[in-house]
Design a protein around this ligand. Sequence first.
Ligand code: HEM
Length: 132
Amino acid sequence: MRLHPVIPMVVRTLMRPATIAGIDLPAGVTIGPSIIITHHRDDLHPDPEAFRPERFLEEHGNRVGPAANTWIPFGGGVRRCIGAGFSLMEGVAVLREVVASYDVEAVGDDEPKVRNITSVPRRGARIRVTTR
Ligand code: HEM
């Protein structure tokens, strides 16, 4: 969800002028805050191309997990994904059942392609499953 966010960017139309990263933007402008660029910034995620999920067990400020607004696969603000909590709960439930019985290894490449508004594996998500 960090390296390959399903939705790489969100879109917002400014209702009033705003200054973002030192750039003055007028009302009516449409901007595309990028989830994928945020997730690949090496100041926020050192060695960003490395798949190292245990990085999320590190402490930031006074809590364990990614620092605020550095891991945003569900977007943010008032339009943040309404299914975020459900997705995370479902994902953990499925993974728990699968990895309890099987080893799962990615055998394909990880090149993405765009399908509608989502980013998906270009040649399918091929895996090798072996009984533990
Ligand atoms: C891993 C799974 C999912 C991911 C990564 C994901 C990601 C996103 C993202 C990035 C947005 C745009 C947020 C923004 O503009 O700031 C969004 C919006 C939305 N998502 Fe998801 N989503 C997921 C699953 C779900 C599920 C399971 C549901 C429904 C049960 C859902 C319903 C919605 C709805 C209704 C919106 C529009 C919210 C609004 O505009 O107010 N999503 N999602």
